[in-house]
Design a binder for this molecule. Structure first.
Ligand SMILES: O=C(O)CCC(=O)C(=O)O
Length: 323
């Protein structure tokens, strides 16, 4: 079968840089028009939640004279209920689906994960508020959150800001080249926050790089690349999303037929049901089983809503720190 070449092709130099450094900033993956529907879906959710709180007397005013960059920050001076309700993977409307399935993004993901592409369940929306400690994410590798079985695989994180991400508003930091050591550092749970942390003594050596990304660009991360983000010292929300992709050959709870050579989950044999079992994966691009690709945002919504949550990995159970 002749397949058209990917339309957004990273150069050999970019691929080599990712391989060497464990991260890559790619500009101009999205136009403003690509991102606007997601922004509008978020704005509508913020607005409806603010109106509800206002009606209940829990918010003194709507702050609806403020735009996307500032409104949630203003609301959050009174209550962080709206921010917390939309943080992480709770929003799953059509615009989110179309962003995850954006052809340019899939072209990029395909270069790392192959053509039978799974959109991993672990996608997150992060409204990092100004001067708000909950938004700081400690050093970790994404593999720390996944099942050990998937440690040796490439699960690509695509981190994308919905406003320019700068050092001041709390962009991501990465440790250059540390993924090359091929191991998952010891992670601890935190008493005060729902994040894993690699404590200072366990943090891999290497240059810590501030990865600023303009709106429309993406930061690509390997699952073994240690990364963190710190305080937002600006006056606006650092809105971002992080999406993940993997090969269909890895453990996945996507409802797909299995092709020869693909791993079939079998917990009795130590093969987990997915790299990240708690939420629902889906097939987002395929040449070999195109009828199984999820193309309907309503199906995506249903998958998210109905997935029977499974526990997160227990690989660090018992490791808890206050650091
Ligand atoms: O967006 C952030 O501040 C942190 C994101 C992150 O840690 C991740 O994408 O794994």
């Amino acid at each position: 079968m002749n397949c058209p070449a990917p339309s957004l092709q990273l150069s050999a130099t970019q691929m080599e840089r990712f391989d060497r450094d464990g991260y890559l900033v790619v500009r101009d993956v999205f136009s403003d028009a690509d991102l606007q529907p997601v922004i509008e879906e978020i704005e509508a959710e913020v607005d409806s939640r603010a109106r509800k709180l206002f009606a209940e007397g829990k918010l003194s005013r709507l702050y609806d004279e403020y735009g996307f960059k500032h409104r949630l920050g203003m609301i959050s001076r009174e209550t962080d209920a709206v921010a917390k309700a939309i943080w992480n993977g709770s929003l799953c409307g059509p615009a989110f689906f179309h962003l995850i399935a954006n052809p340019n993004l899939l072209d990029v993901a395909e270069q790392f994960c192959g053509p039978e592409l799974i959109a991993s369940s672990v996608y997150r929306l992060r409204p990092k508020l100004p001067n708000y400690a909950y938004g700081e994410v400690p050093w970790h590798q994404d593999s720390g959150y996944m099942e050990p079985f998937c440690d040796k695989a490439t699960v690509l994180t695509v981190w994308l800001p919905l406003v320019d991400a700068t050092e001041e508003n709390g962009c991501m930091w990465v440790i250059k080249g540390a993924h090359k050591r091929g191991t998952v550092a010891r992670h601890h749970g935190r008493k005060d926050k729902p994040y894993l942390i690699i404590t200072a003594g366990d943090l891999p050596q290497g240059e810590q790089v501030c990865a600023e990304v303009p709106k429309g660009g993406v930061l690509l991360l390997h699952n073994l690349t240690p990364h963190a983000s710190f305080e937002n010292r600006s006056d606006h929300v650092r809105w971002s999303m992080d999406l993940r992709y993997q090969s269909a050959a890895l453990p996945t709870n996507a409802r797909i037929s299995r092709l020869p050579g693909e791993i079939v989950p079998d917990e009795a044999q130590g093969i987990p049901i997915a790299c990240y079992p708690p939420e629902a994966d889906f097939l987002v691009r395929s040449r070999l089983r195109p009828t199984e690709v999820v193309t309907d945002p309503a199906v995506f919504h249903d998958l998210r809503a109905k997935h029977l949550g499974r526990p997160v990995t227990r690989r660090w159970s018992g490791n808890v720190t206050e650091e």
